[in-house]
Design a protein around this ligand. Structure first.
Ligand code: UDP
Length: 240
C-alpha cells in the first residue's frame, strides 16, 4: 500500500450469488456489467486487480450432497459453475476496454489459460485483469479459501470481499435481527471464536497466519470497489 493508502494490487472476491442478481438466468448481465464498469475504473486509476469468483448461483457441492450426490463430484460441478461466471465477467470487462485473462485451476484450454501464478502476475503488471476460476481445483474447498490463497500467492495487499445486500460483518444476522451491531474492525481470532459468518474458517486461518487483511463490504453500492481500493473506511476490516 502506498503512502496515500491506495492499494496497488488487490484480490477481489465476488460471490456467485452477487452475480445472480434477482434474475433466473444464473448470471444477471446488468449486475455483471455494473461490476465490470467499476473494476475497469479502478484498473484505469492504476490499481492491479485480480478476481476470484464463486459459483453458488449454480451449484454448491454441500447442497447437492444433502440431496444424495457424491460430494467430490458435486464439488467439481460447483467449480465448473464458477467458470461460467468468469466468462461473463471477462466479457463485460473486455467491453469496457480492459484486457482480461481467465485462469482456471482445472485446465480447459479452449476457454481459459491454466492457473500459472507467475504469468498471472505478468498480466497484472501489464494492467490486465486476471480472473481465477474453478476454485482451487480441489473438492472440499471453497472459493473464499481460493481467494485467500490466490491473494497470498500473487502478493495482493488485501482481500476485498464484496457482499451482496450487507455492508460488513455484524454480531448477528442483520436481516433476521434489527438490533444487530456492525463491526468497523475485527481481529481474525474474533471472527473464528465468535463463529461470524464471513468466510469459512480455512480462509480466515490462512489470512491470519499470513497477515493478509480482509475488507468485507457491500459490493453493489456504486463506487464501493473504488472506495475499498482507496482504503476508505467502509465495511469491516479484519486484521491482526
Ligand atoms: N468448490 C470446490 N473447491 C474449490 C472451490 C469451490 O469444491 O476450491 C465448489 C464447492 O462445491 C462450492 C462451489 O464450488 O460450493 C461453489 O463455490 P462457493 O460455494 O465458494 O461459491 P460462492 O458461495 O462464493 O458463490
Amino acid at each position: 500500500t502506498a503512502e496515500d493508502g491506495v492499494r496497488r494490487r488487490v484480490l477481489l472476491k465476488l460471490s456467485g450469488e452477487a452475480l445472480a442478481g434477482g434474475g433466473a438466468l444464473g448470471v444477471d448481465p446488468d449486475v455483471v456489467h455494473a461490476i465490470a464498469r467499476e473494476i475497469a475504473a479502478v484498473v484505469r486509476s492504476g490499481t492491479q486487480v485480480a478476481v476470484v469468483v464463486g459459483g453458488g448461483n449454480f451449484f454448491r457441492g454441500a447442497e447437492l450432497q444433502v440431496r444424495g450426490m457424491d460430494r467430490a463430484r458435486s464439488d467439481y460441478m460447483g467449480m465448473l459453475g464458477t467458470v461460467m461466471n468468469c466468462l461473463a465477467l471477462q466479457d463485460f470487462l473486455i467491453k469496457e476496454g480492459v484486457e482480461t485473462r481467465v485462469q482456471t485451476a482445472i485446465t480447459m484450454g479452449q476457454v481459459a489459460e491454466p492457473y500459472l501464478p507467475l504469468r498471472a502476475v505478468r498480466h497484472l503488471e501489464k494492467g490486465r485483469v486476471v480472473i481465477f476460476g474453478a476454485g482451487m481445483g480441489m473438492p472440499y474447498f471453497s472459493t473464499d479459501t481460493t481467494a485467500a490463497q490466490r491473494a497470498l500467492e500473487i502478493q495482493a495487499e488485501a482481500l476485498l470481499m464484496g457482499k451482496n445486500g450487507v455492508d460488513g460483518v455484524y454480531d448477528s444476522d442483520p436481516k433476521a435481527n434489527p438490533d444487530a451491531v456492525k463491526f468497523d474492525a475485527l481481529e481474525y481470532s474474533e471472527v473464528l471464536t465468535r463463529d461470524l459468518r464471513v468466510a469459512d474458517a480455512t480462509a480466515i486461518t490462512l489470512c491470519r497466519d499470513n497477515d493478509l487483511p480482509i475488507l468485507v463490504f457491500e459490493l453493489l453500492t456504486e463506487g464501493n470497489i473504488a472506495r475499498a481500493v482507496r482504503g476508505e473506511k467502509i465495511g469491516t476490516l479484519i486484521s491482526r
